[in-house]
Design a protein around this ligand. Structure first.
Ligand SMILES: [Zn+2]
Length: 350
């Protein structure tokens, strides 16, 4: 059957070592009969939120779970393994990086209103939830309000602020935090069997699965190139327009995620400078960071997230224009910060 497919290797899904607290929390809720019918798994990309949602779905549908996990053998598990369980639904954009459409959510409304076929739970996973356009999100509200029987809808989101507030407020949010190195490194080192594990993890802003993905193909090189170009833009060595041209061949949505991770990494560095935590940015950027106003940095981060939303919601966004704008803003922010740092140094002179 489907045994040769790589998916079956990971069945049943077992929560990652850094997800144990969250896993225990939902299991306890379930055992106390207090599991809400809508959950929002939030957190940066690459923490395995979707994996955790699938583990929960498999567990809830399993007929004889063992030690808090799906058994992997019962009829329900067999159906889940083959991706054919009638009470398990996974909604993703039909095309990677595109929006989740209203039709996909409409079909969900009907599904949610019926009782389950196997007599137990019905599980729906929507990921990434921020990919729902406004019509789709509105259509989901009804399903979130009136699910029939034992229904669990799990929204998975890397950018929960981009999920419509009326949708968010109907879900119980479970935020997954970036794991400590103690938990992430041993896992990554075993998977990557690579002494680069530590630098990969730094590069992925601490997200273990994102770090692992960097090992595939030339992603690591692409990302390194992206970061050095951002530094060059900040230093005025490359114009924002030239830089935007360089990135046009890459997936714009992915670029947004890289940018968000990078800016977030800088914010973490600024916050935790004295504690030795956080990724140390390139040496050439350090003088700039001395004058960087964190409020402006966060505002810039908001702007990137807005652009990402724009990308997701527009059928035909002008990617070049969007990239140029973002890079011009970055250049302006860098200029301002240099000015402030220079001024501060001048003020220190006798
Ligand atoms: Zn089972």
């Amino acid at each position: 059957m489907k045994d040769s497919e790589p998916k079956s290797v990971d069945f049943p899904a077992i929560p990652y070592p850094w997800q144990q607290a969250e896993w225990q929390r939902v299991l306890d809720q379930h055992l106390a009969d207090k599991l809400p019918h809508a959950l929002l798994f939030a957190g940066q990309q690459g923490l395995g939120k979707s994996h955790l949602a699938q583990a929960l779905g498999q567990y809830l549908l399993c007929h004889s779970p063992r030690s808090g996990l799906a058994c992997g053998e019962c009829r329900a598990c067999q159906l889940n393994r083959a991706d054919t369980h009638p009470d398990f639904k996974l909604i993703r954009p039909e095309e990677a990086g595109k929006a989740i459409k209203i039709d996909q959510i409409r079909s969900l409304a009907e599904y949610v209103s019926k009782t389950s076929q196997q007599g137990g739970y019905k599980v729906v996973i929507i990921e990434p939830a921020e990919a729902m356009n406004i019509n789709a999100a509105n259509a989901l509200l009804k399903s979130l309000e009136e699910p029939a029987g034992n229904t669990l809808i799990v929204l998975v989101s890397h950018v929960p602020s981009a999920v419509m507030p009326t949708v968010r407020s109907r879900c119980q949010t479970l935020t997954l935090l970036t794991p400590s190195k103690d938990l992430a490194l041993p896992w990554l080192a075993a998977m990557a069997s690579d002494d680069r594990a530590e630098s990969l993890l730094q590069f992925a802003d601490g997200a273990p699965l994102a770090a692992l993905a960097l090992l595939n193909g030339d992603l690591l090189e692409q990302r390194q190139g992206f970061q050095s170009t951002l530094s060059e833009v900040a230093l005025g060595q490359v114009s924002p327009l030239e830089a935007a041209k360089k990135f046009l061949d890459l997936d714009t949505l992915e670029l947004m995620d890289w940018l968000i991770a990078w800016v977030h990494g800088i914010a973490c560095y600024l916050n935790a400078k004295d504690s030795g935590r956080g990724q140390t940015p390139e040496a050439s950027l350090l003088p700039l960071l001395e004058g960087l106003d964190p409020t402006l940095l966060y505002r810039y981060l908001d702007k990137i997230m807005m652009s990402k939303r724009q990308l997701l919601s527009s059928a035909n966004p002008n990617k070049q224009l969007l990239l140029e704008e973002i890079l011009m803003d970055w250049r302006a922010l860098a200029r301002l910060s240099y000015g402030r740092a220079r001024q501060a140094r001048a003020n220190e002179l006798p």
